[in-house]
Design a protein around this ligand. Structure first.
Ligand SMILES: Cc1cc2nc3c(=O)[nH]c(=O)nc-3n(C[C@H](O)[C@H](O)[C@H](O)COP(=O)(O)O)c2cc1C
Length: 291
């Protein structure tokens, strides 16, 4: 069973292992990426990388956090209802209890209809978000806002870890520690921000070709393309692997390690996953009887 600690260590080690950057799936794509990165916004996006929890004690100034929050809420959102809440936590110990990581500041992004419901009630309307559609739509709004914060932070020299550590272990603690409403509110993702103790030596690569990008219609991978995908993950210079040491651990391909080791730990629904269903039911977004 992979513990939170060795998950952290693995991701950290993999991010710190040396090598060169190649973002696209072909040289042409990589060249295009480098060319477009001349634009400052694209440069910020291209420079995004996760700091896997190794943040210093240095604090982010309050004004910088405010600027990041102002940028975060600029993200597109369905009907401009902003069906999310952002809980800002600066207490490092509380941060650790909530998401298992510490930085200078944590932004907890929750799908949240409480404000909308309260406004409806105040004006004598009735509004109750009770379906999976509400959850999915609000989830998109919430994730967009979170990623916008990450980009804004990066543009200001602040690094981030996006983590679903909030969903590990006893999730009830997140409600308890932060006084979250029990209904119509669900903690979706945490963004921990800070300054790294050590710069990662490389950026993780990404696939950006067949199997990821489909043009005009969906394209199933051919055998040749499949082999290219496997080879891309095996190519250590591409840095697509979570675990750079996969070949030393007796695996022929990186994806063998991914499926045999990394994903095996999730083979059966974990207690946390089972708990998540129960908490989603309590939040009112899904009725388990109907699923
Ligand atoms: C939903 C989500 C959950 C994640 N959870 C964790 C986590 O708990 N711990 C961690 O170290 N990284 C976490 N990450 C970061 C990913 O590991 C990281 O984005 C990925 O390996 C690619 O690396 P990069 O962001 O440096 O390019 C998470 C990212 C997302 C989007």
């Amino acid at each position: 069973m992979t513990t939170a600690r060795n998950r952290r260590d693995l991701l950290k080690t993999s991010a710190l292992a040396g090598g060169s950057l190649l973002l696209g799936s072909t040289r042409r794509e990589a060249r295009a990426g480098q060319k477009t990165a001349a634009n400052p916004t694209l440069k910020t996006i291209t420079n995004l990388r996760t700091i896997h929890g190794n943040f210093t004690d240095r604090e982010i100034p309050d004004e910088t956090v405010e600027t990041i929050l102002q940028a975060s809420v600029r993200a597109a959102n369905s009907s401009n209802m902003q069906t999310y809440s952002i809980v800002v936590v600066r207490d490092r110990e509380k941060m650790r209890q909530v998401c298992n990581y510490r930085g200078s500041c944590m932004l907890l992004y929750c799908v949240d209809f409480t404000r909308i419901k309260t406004s409806a009630e105040a004006l004598g309307h009735s509004y109750w978000p009770d379906s999976i559609v509400h959850l999915v739509t609000a989830g998109i709004n919430t994730a967009f806002a979170a990623q916008t914060a990450v980009i804004a932070a990066q543009s200001l020299g602040v690094d981030c870890l996006t983590t679903n550590g909030i969903h590990r272990g006893d999730m009830e603690r997140v409600w308890t520690l932060l006084d979250l409403p029990k209904s119509s509110c669900f903690p979706l993702i945490a963004v921990v921000m800070g300054y790294p103790t050590k710069e990662p030596d490389h950026k993780k690569g990404r696939l950006c070709g067949p199997g990821v990008i489909h043009r005009e219609k969906y394209h199933q991978l051919t055998d040749k393309e499949m082999k290219q995908v496997v080879a891309a993950y095996d190519d250590k210079a591409r840095h697509l692997a979570l675990n750079a040491a996969w070949s030393n651990q007796g695996h022929k391909h990186y994806l063998d390690w991914l499926f045999k080791v990394w994903l095996k730990r999730d083979a059966a629904p974990t207690p946390a996953e089972t708990q998540m269903l129960g908490l989603l039911k309590r939040s009112g977004f899904i009725d388990l009887q109907k699923t």
